[in-house]
Write a protein that binds this ligand. Sequence first.
Ligand SMILES: [Zn+2]
Length: 569
Amino acid sequence: MPQSRTYILGADGATWSVLSRLLRDGKVPHFQRLVDEGVYGPLESVENMRSASAWTSMFTGCNPGKHGIYEFYEFLPQTYSLKYIHGGYKHVPGFWTYLEQAGQTAGVINTPMTYPAEPIKGGYVIAGLDGPGKASPRFCSPGDFIDKLETKMGCEYVIEPGLTGAIARGKPEEAVELLEEELESKHKSLVTMLDSMPVDCLLFVFRSLDAAQHCFWKWMDPTHPKHAQCSKEEIERFGGVIDSVYIKLDAALGDMLDRIGPDDHLMVISDHGFGHKCPVSSQLNQWLAAHRYLVYEEGGTKPNAVSKALKFVASHTSRGTKEKLARLMPGVRNWAQSKALFSGVDWSKTRVYSDAQFPRLRLNIKGREGEGIVDQADAPKLMDELRGKLKAMRDSVSGEPIVRDVFFSSEIYKGTHTGPGEDILVRWREDIVIHGVQMPKGYEAPQEELSVMPGEDPRVISGDHQIHGIFLGIGPAFRKGERIGEGLRLLDMTPTILHLQDQKIPSHMDGRVMKVAMNPGWLADHPVRVLDDESPPSDACPPPRQQTEYSEQEQKVLEDRLRSLGYIE
Ligand SMILES: [Zn+2]
């Protein structure tokens, strides 16, 4: 009898608040089937809820302190700049490595942090959005996989919908077209793989929902602070875009359900949930400045030329050109975006700073950061003080407390790779509408807006990540028709996949087999087995950690290029 198969449909950013409504309205019959015949519930993300970090935990079973990935980029504290990173930076292997060792095959499609695509014997990988583009070497494995796939399905494989540019240009209707094109391409790819490229375990990620929810949330959600400013016509045209993505994913799910056998397992998961964009994340440096933790040079809060240029490039460049640029000039974004972010900060007087992308803070520690001024010995006291002040943050309109939790790195990340992460992580409340942060009395906000990265522009982005994603599972191992209220964690996905594929669970993993979702009879017949593996073999990560530093020479090239195009003065 053939070994049963495991399928994982990754719906980046899928969230119960929307899915429950669509289930209630009878709009997603295949999700409904999973609810009726399988097990489902909220899936807890990793603490920072970032896609790069969360997916890496999903496919390694390890917390970020062990896999070392916190975002699509890393801080370079010596220079206060950022460096874009990729899957080659992870320190522990993905589940496919263990399956391959057991002679099983795996397909891993469009999963963030899987570039460079690892070779899997008898299997295949198409990297996620950490990869520069289809034409890059090692974007897929085997190297001709995308060519073969495109020939079979008769259309182009589209990596990302790339919506922010169209929204920034004030053309949401173009974003809708991009989204439809991407969804159709992914749906066809999935069906082609299921029909003619079988593997023992397939992880196929749709990123469409994450992109759509970031951009279209305000039109859908009447409780969003910006909803009232949207015209009736806009709400009619764009208010249903997010729903339509769920409905298309439901169709893809239906095609999967049609194709799986009675012994197979299918799970639908998301890496985090979704809700309103909390505007305070991008106000953190301003808040730190108001409390004198961060000091700007005179006039330093003005968005500088590079920031403006980046916004221009982001909104006026086509998806294909951006991919090409990223490939031709690796590191361009590293240099330019960090210039935009920390422009005008006086490091000699700054004790705490944030990348203002998501709510995390770093201390400007002496010896650790380039111009650090905080003694390591004083750090705990400063962190306690910050915890108190952060917890006391209040909404600028309602006056309500806005912080649910403040975590220190040591409380949430365990392992030897905590260095690139934050010192302090803030969790906003998800149960109230947050309009902004109240600044201290007498503090005068700068006249000019602060620099933000294009992908975080509040005029473009109205939705953001929340801690609970979705889990639905169907197959002989899973309970039937049961909701699991708590205890399902993204971290548990890899041990669960390995167990469903009849493999031992490496003991270095932080995740556990999701017994809470499984039926006791099946578990009694399939006891969990442990592989004694406290530290994974160092050669278990095939791609070497590749450095993509941006040299001074390259910076100069970029600067000249931007200047010649009129983007900077
Ligand atoms: Zn995500």
